[in-house]
Design a protein around this ligand. Structure first.
Ligand code: RNT
Ligand code: ZN
Length: 416
């Protein structure tokens, strides 16, 4: 028996919080881990630059170059983190047999069989993303919004292939597959037509989603964005566009990436707003620093506030949570580990807060007491519950996990 945890448990119990139950519950809530943190969003189907207005900066040694390396690295990072994981992959991570190669419009489930094997070995579901970037068939920066019908068709066919692959993932793993559509289409400078590209985008997504799927098993999403590098003036998939699309297309979810808004906007406030209308929503959890910089998620105010909203809206089964940070300037295994652990920590803290009690103070108009209680609650011994959670998941409760990362760097990464 752990004396610190036992004493912490009593302190939480005084607020009516059952920390054992919180720990048990958190173990069932999946977090999708993005494979693209491991190789700076390179993928296996091309060796050109990363395009689409996103960038991974840095050149830390030891990046994964093959499916085997990427899987081994992910395995390492996940083994250092508590909680239930899901795999999140992009279509550009297709694994071809030697000598085989098909373009993105011709992708088939078999090109992802190795990922299914990997997911099954770890009891994970799989989330999926068509890859509308880093490809020669992007014309003038446009894919699904292209006025060139041949280009647009190619990308629609890619999207449809991805619906079929998502079906396959859900069927194979027995876990629903969240399929996220994000395009970087936009313009660097003031456009002459804003509606045309958006109407083409609307039509393209509708065509993609005309591919048959069961909405219980495949969850298509549309992800918005405010701007990208090189497309500063106009983004076709803006917040209003994607939200309106999801709202008017049953079975399609809005996906909010907290790096994709104006810097004073917060996704924590948007979560309850959307949950009033959508049965389910999806998130890309990242850390914007002045722009969509995809920094490693840390345990900080807005991270916690997002977790709190998911928990106090009683929506842990209505919000699909995925990481979307990628940092090429530091050890990539550590980057993953910090991100996963930070989100897990935020969720655990959120689950150990007396939400009903605080809500009662708000509804009674006791704002003075609400403020002071919210401040006092910050002193509850969350770290003891975190330790207990980690130990019960069989992972290090403290920074000792970094020794394993250093050993892995020495023995594996530095030899690449
Ligand atoms: C880009 C979007 C998108 C990508 C991934 C790789 O700004 O956030 O989700 O990060 O699809
Ligand atoms: Zn994203």
């Amino acid at each position: 028996m752990n004396a610190r945890y036992e004493s912490a448990k009593q302190m939480f119990a005084a607020y009516g919080i059952d920390t054992d139950a919180a720990i048990d519950k958190l173990k069932t809530i999946p977090l999708a881990v993005n494979c693209w943190q491991g190789d700076d969003v390179t993928g296996f189907d091309q060796d050109g630059p990363l395009t689409g207005g996103i960038q991974a900066t840095g050149n830390y040694p030891g990046k994964a170059r093959t499916p085997e390396e990427l899987m081994a690295d992910m395995e390492k990072a996940m083994s250092l983190c508590p909680g239930k994981k899901k795999l999140n992959i992009h279509a550009s991570y297709a694994i071809f047999a030697p000598g085989e190669k098909v373009d993105r419009d011709k992708l088939e489930p078999k090109h992802f069989a190795k990922w299914v094997e990997f997911a099954k070995a770890h009891g994970m579901g799989i989330d999926f993303n068509p890859t509308f970037f880093s490809h020669p068939n992007i014309k003038d920066g446009l894919t699904l919004t292209s006025p060139d019908e041949n280009v647009r068709r190619f990308w629609v066919e890619h999207g449809k292939a991805c619906v079929r692959i998502s079906n396959y993932f859900a069927k194979e793993t027995g876990i629903p597959c969240v399929m996220n559509i994000w395009i970087g289409d936009g313009f660097k400078d003031i456009p002459a037509d804003r509606m045309g590209p958006r109407l083409r985008y609307k039509q393209s997504i509708e065509e993609i989603l005309s591919e048959p799927f069961d909405p219980k098993w495949v969850k298509p999403c549309v992800e918005s964005k405010v701007f990208g590098i090189g497309v500063e003036a106009f983004t076709a998939g803006s917040a209003e566009f994607t939200l309106s699309f999801a709202a008017t297309h049953p079975g399609c979810l809005p996906l909010m990436d907290n790096g994709h808004y104006h810097p004073t906007e917060v996704v924590s406030d948007k979560i309850p707003a959307l949950l009033c209308f959508f049965p389910e929503i999806a998130l890309h959890i990242t850390r914007p620093v002045r722009w969509d910089s995809d920094h490693v998620v840390l345990f900080q105010d807005e991270t916690l506030e997002m977790a709190k909203e998911i928990v106090r809206c009683n929506a842990t089964d209505r919000v699909y949570m995925a990481l979307d940070c990628f940092d090429a300037s530091i050890n990539r295994i550590a980057a993953w580990t910090v991100a996963i652990r930070s989100w897990q920590k935020a969720m655990l803290v959120a689950m150990c807060m007396p939400h009903a009690y605080l809500q009662g103070l708000q509804d009674a108009g006791n704002f003075t007491e609400l403020m002071m209680r919210q401040e006092e609650i910050k002193n509850l011994p969350f770290s003891d519950v975190w330790r207990q959670y980690c130990v019960s998941c069989g992972v290090a409760p403290d920074g000792s996990w970094f020794d394993e990362v250093k050993a892995y760097e020495r023995e594996v990464l530095s030899r690449r």
